[in-house]
Write a protein that binds this ligand. Structure first.
Ligand code: ADP
Ligand code: ZN
Length: 766
């Protein structure tokens, strides 16, 4: 018997190894193995078992790592699809489906050594400096993993052992598993009696044998309750569930709700949590709880879609429109789309939920590929907030200089302060002023490494770049040698300025700001929200950080300072994003007994994204947006692959981009040979049922609908000293395009200092 192995080093190839008799029982598809590779020993994953190989003199597998196969064959199939569809090397795709904490050879339950402070009696000895440094950390933490301690104190195990010899600490083997939620008490909760709209949706989900649903329901319409009961149904069938949420560290309540429902009773199971804030050890343990079948439910961010739940009955993607589901490094997969594909491969039901679904998902419903489920009202029958759009051009004409607060918004804030109700103000831009410009010569302070203006941060008196982090002193005269005008001027508004002006307008109001500049640690976030909940803050100002999910009954006013900001970005999704953002932010108002009010300040108040959001008219917006996308052949009417070339020399990048364009014209517009080993695509033939494997290599006609646009400078031409040029490809047949691209990349040569990234279904076009 031989095993085909994908190695951890990126070679875009798999290698055959013989299986020694002693290991036959342990080697299976998905096993982690160590194999010889040249003079080295390398780790890999078995991707197939075969009777024989086309190669002679195979080397044997050296050892099998871990008792259980780590990657289930189904997840392996998913990884292969990701490699091909997102146009990346198979071993890169494979790496992404297994957390690092699980992949490492030495990762295990038991190898963790815990250092604990021992209770002291008698006089504390005088320690050498290095031991004292270590002691200080142990004393503060009471107990700490040896590995963490060694890293923190920049010391060696031997030094820690010396403290053990002195009887100051104990070092013991820790067997118990790490539970990131160990300190929380979970109260059991019972299923609620569902009202009619929920009942209809739930019935459809429960009776489905597979397929994807789009659950469109405003916040508070009872989507989570449907998820919980749908999961209960899956458990009853003996199956497990995966729940994806966009930002789990910020939504501990969600995790608690799931744990509470399944903490007792006949459907009792562990709920595993996977997200980026876990320690490697915690992640290892959570993952193995799933693999061992003790946790049948997994909640997590993006990468939880690869959790080894078996058999899998249900996948839920909450807030499916969120851009955080897209991974912005290779493999650049979109977790929602991977979820749909995984569901299809494993016959699991997929539920995508959102108050503002993506245009893609909405379109898939229209096309009959997804089933739309509507929850049009809030469970408690609360009304939607009243949205008023303020024409800021009017305000600008009346006052001097660009306004920040319209008289209407000021008046509304005053009322809320009098009535002791709370206000949220939203502006998606941090800093004080967004640029520093000389009115005389026109000089604008830009980042030396990136093609954007520097933002003025007042507390630190600095100009800083929001791309690369560069920062510099604020000049007191125009930096232009020939000008030196002392009257250089700040322009544009960020959250710091809003806070500042608010303080002048309402000196007695208690104001807090929430943005990446003040929220450095995750406790900061919890603390401020706690104060806000307890009524210790009157007005909360924030960036997109406060746009989602917050539920504060006493917030009756939401002000959106500058609603059209996102509209002016060079991105075909600008309108959609604005609509979603306005709807989400507006949803923060009126969550209690008093009806909410929202002021949307805009310079283009009649833009459809703003007007439809004002009327809470989701379908209206989507219909007209679809028309616009259709005319320009943008998604969802096509799929996009964005090729970005970057390098330090603009000339070389531009030259390479032109060369690439010619190659693309030549290679992609010809008849195409190739055979996919994966399902053709997510959406092209989704209704065809099983993820078919295309049978034979054969010549296919060229991609007739292919549009090649560019090369053109990226919207952000220069970032961190790299120049960037883009070519945008659009076609309906993306999986075929990916295959042709992969083939082409094998032979494409670029100058050494120019690199290329392929982004299939990009979310970020800058
Ligand atoms: P969403 O996920 O759409 O925001 P939730 O499921 O969180 O909605 O429901 C909002 C609130 O309404 C929650 O407090 C929830 O407990 C409650 N709720 C949901 N469904 C019901 C129901 N059928 N009966 C009573 N209360 C419900
Ligand atoms: Zn920069």
């Amino acid at each position: 018997m031989i095993a085909r192995v994908s190695l951890e080093i990126a070679l875009r190839k798999e290698f055959d190894y013989s299986i020694p008799a002693a290991l036959t029982a342990q080697v299976d598809v998905g096993s982690r193995v160590q194999v010889p590779f040249g003079a080295r020993k390398i780790l890999g994953v078995v991707t197939a078992i075969a009777e024989e190989s086309g190669h002679a003199n195979l080397k044997p597998i050296l050892k099998v790592i871990g008792a259980q196969t780590l990657v289930t064959p189904k997840v392996l199939q998913l990884a292969r699809w990701i490699g091909e569809y997102y146009c990346c090397a198979p071993e890169t795709a494979l790496k992404s489906v297994l957390p690092e904490a699980v992949r490492k050879e030495d990762a295990s339950w038991r190898e963790r050594l815990l250092v604990r402070v021992l209770l002291l009696s008698g006089e504390f000895p005088k320690l050498p400096k290095r031991q004292q440094d270590v002691w200080n950390i142990v004393e503060e933490r009471r107990e700490i993993l040896l590995s963490e301690l060694v890293a923190l104190a920049a010391t060696t195990t031997a030094t820690v052992r010396k403290l053990e010899d002195r009887g100051l600490v104990s070092i013991t083997i820790e067997i118990s598993e790490r539970d990131p939620y160990a300190n929380e008490t979970i109260l059991a909760s019972q299923p609620l009696i569902v009202n009619p709209a929920q009942a209809v949706a739930l019935e459809k989900i429960k009776s489905a044998k597979g397929g994807t649903f789009l659950l469109h329901g405003v916040t508070g319409s009872g989507k989570t309750e449907i998820y919980l009961q749908a999961i209960a149904h899956a458990l009853e069938q003996g199956k497990g569930a995966i729940v994806l949420v966009p930002e789990i560290a910020l939504t501990p309540q969600t995790v608690e709700r799931f744990k509470a429902r399944f903490s007792s009773g006949k459907l009792q199971t562990l709920v595993a949590v996977l997200h980026s804030h876990l320690s490697a050890g915690e992640r290892h343990d959570e993952w193995h709880k799933i693999r061992q079948g003790r946790a049948r439910i997994v909640i997590g961010a993006r990468s939880a879609i690869f959790a080894p739940v078996e058999p899998l009955g249900l996948i839920i993607v909450d807030e499916e429109h969120e851009s955080t589901y897209k991974q912005e490094e290779t493999p650049r997969y979109h977790a929602r789309d991977v979820a749909v594909m995984r569901g299809q491969m494993e016959g699991a039901v997929v539920v995508l939920g959102s108050a503002t679904p993506s245009l893609e998902s909405f379109y898939n419903c229209k096309q009959g590929k997804f089933t739309l489920l509507d929850l049009p009202e809030r469970v408690d029958n609360q009304k939607m907030p009243h949205v008023r759009v303020v024409d800021m051009r009017q305000t600008a004409r009346d006052g001097k200089g660009p306004p920040i607060f319209s008289p209407q918004l000021k008046e509304a804030i005053t009322q809320r302060l009098e009535r002791k109700e709370q206000t949220i103000l939203f502006l998606n831009r941090r800093g004080y002023s967004t640029s520093l410009q000389c009115p005389k010569c026109g000089y604008v302070c830009e980042c030396p490494n990136c093609s954007i203006t520097l933002t003025y941060h007042r507390p630190e008196q600095k100009l800083s770049c929001h791309i690369c982090g560069h920062s510099e002193r604020v000049p007191n005269v125009c930096p232009n040698e020939k000008c030196r005008n002392p009257a250089i001027r700040f322009a544009g508004t960020g959250t710091q300025k809003v806070e500042d002006i608010l303080g002048k307008l309402f000196p007695h109001a208690r104001v807090k700001r929430m943005d990446a500049d003040v929220m450095k640690r995750k406790e900061d976030y919890r603390n401020v929200l706690g104060e806000f909940r307890n009524g210790k803050i009157d007005i909360l100002i924030g960036t997109q950080m406060i746009a989602k999910g917050l539920h504060f009954p006493n917030v009756t006013l939401v002000g959106i300072i500058y609603a059209d900001m996102a509209l002016h970005q060079p991105d075909f999704r600008a309108g959609e994003r604005t609509f979603q953002l306005l709807t989400q932010v507006a949803g923060r108002a009126g969550r209690g007994d008093v009806e909410g009010e929202v002021f949307v300040q805009a310079f283009t108040p009649f833009h459809p994204a703003i007007q439809f959001a004002r009327r809470h008219d989701f379908v209206g917006f989507y219909e007209q947006e679809l028309e616009f996308r259709g005319q320009l052949k943008y998604p969802p009417f096509s799929r996009v692959a964005l090729l970005t070339l970057k390098g330090r020399s603009e000339e070389k990048v531009k030259f390479s981009a032109d060369h690439l364009k010619r190659e693309l014209e030549k290679k992609l517009k010809q008849p195409f040979t190739g055979g996919a080993s994966v399902p053709a695509s997510l959406f092209e033939n989704m209704s065809a049922g099983s993820p078919g494997v295309s049978p034979h290599q054969k010549t296919k006609p060229p991609l007739r609908d292919l549009i090649i646009a560019g090369p053109s400078p990226a919207p952000l031409l220069r970032a961190e000293n790299y120049y960037r040029y883009q070519i945008m490809l659009r076609t309906r047949a993306m999986s075929r395009l990916s295959q042709s691209l992969a083939k082409m990349l094998e032979t494409l040569t670029l100058p050494d200092d120019v690199t290329m990234a392929v982004d299939v279904d990009p979310v970020n076009l800058s």
